[in-house]
Design a protein around this ligand. Sequence first.
Ligand code: PEP
Ligand code: MG
Length: 574
Amino acid sequence: MSFTLHGIAVSSGIAIGHAHLVSHTSLEVAHYVLPKKFVDEEIVRFDTALQITRNELSGLRSNRPTHAAAEFDAFLELHQMILDDPLLSVAPREMIASEHCNAEWALKVQTETLVAQFDEFEDAYLRERQTDVKQVAERLLKQLLGQPGHQPTPMRLDVETILVAHDLSPADLIQFRPQQYAAFITDVGGATSHTAIVARSLNTPCVVGLHHARELVREDDLLILDGEQGVLIVNPDKSILAEYKLRQSEWELERKKLKRLRTARANTLDGTAIELYANIEKPEDVAEVKENGATGIGLFRSEFLFLNRDDLPDEEEQFEAYRAAAEGMEGQPVTIRTFDLGADKQLKGVERVASNPALGLRAIRLCLAEPQLFRPQLRALLRASHYGNIRILIPMLSSVSELNQTLQFIAATRQSLEDESIPCGSDVKIGGMIEIPAAALAINVFARKLDFLSIGTNDLIQYTLAIDRTDEEVAHLYDPLHPAILHLLAHAIGTCNKLGVPISVCGEIAGELPYTRLLLGLGLRQLSMFSAQVPSIKQRVLTTSLPELTALTQKILRADDPLRIRELLGRLNA
Ligand code: PEP
Ligand code: MG
């Protein structure tokens, strides 16, 4: 049966392929029936994994860092309780015994039952605890998968495969190699969630917020995914398929043509130079940055070095990563953001329980609270600055005292490296991210103390409009054209221009064509986006005359009716 689903378009391109359903975790679980003689052994295997997981949790509790918040303890205690819930610790054994199935399968089925029970709770806090159930089950599942006896599921990922998931974290996604699948779709998620951001950086078509795709789509269904329109067509008929094949080749041709702009300078028609930088997640992304003609890195989300691993990258490993990026960019700016951990990017094993993580101990707040995490990063950054043009970017600044503390920390780290005679770059620029409305309003205070600023519109919009960027239920409220956002942008850009402090935008709108002229009209001269989008934005810059933008941009700022704002924006882009 053919049907169509509509979601939120987050990464363009058209993919045609067969569905491969993936479970909540990126770990695939096979189902197989065991010969009777192996059933007891399978139960022992389950018990062993259970015991190791119990030990692991108590180990984490007794080794908890002294600085870790008391919530960390509460969180581990909760996970221990969940692990001992009979549905996770006893029911899978019984299922292995009665159905002769493998332990992973029994665990998966029982986890789903437990999650469904949590789903029924009226109380939002209790309902949210299903995330903890999934995390605990994932921990146990990993133990099982790492044990002898498990027959791994053959991964069938190839370019014809479209991954269909209820949810995928940024960490899940980054595990899949880009060449292994054609696209992916999820039931949940918003356009500026980090999962969507990673999809764009992998250059993979993606639609999120499809609600029930994971339930409705069957394994191997033929799918067409239109990442531009946010449409998923399941089992299309021949004529639709032919039409999309044509559109797909046209789209690819267009991309190829745009790449010819690689070496062209991004100058407007009136000759103003615009800097187009790229956002990256790991040093290997530098090749793509250069391929797409970006002239610098405006945002290296360094926290991605932490995802998908059980240990923390030490100073040496970080130094190598930053140095590789700096050397790869051959003197062009490489803006490395200090860890923006917390919220939807959590350290493995130390996920924090916070009632509202986006407003909690995240980004620079976390780094200042955990100097043992921050110090090695600053040492690595300063050491790597000797090998290229590294700039340090501080995320989520909200107060000046936080900034002062960070600047002192950086200065003390530099001093100790100098005392050890370890070379550092002599003029490492330090910048801050404007992501919190308070920081945007008080930008002059930050601009006076920093070398440059960068507006993170993904968070700025989230915090200004009070909409969780990962929640598809409120995704329709995400609106970069909201008058409050436009005024914050105009104020931030205008103030920095007056003070002569460079300012850029590195949130997702920097890579969205409808906003390019508006941002230029507001006075912005630097944009940082996912690499693949640089050629399209460059083309828009090349066909833009700045003097012609002023009057319309001012009209947009004065307008308050959303339809009128959109109409004026249409004229700006005509
Ligand atoms: C932003 O908030 O706009 C930003 C660039 O940072 P991130 O998306 O990583 O939160
Ligand atoms: Mg941000």
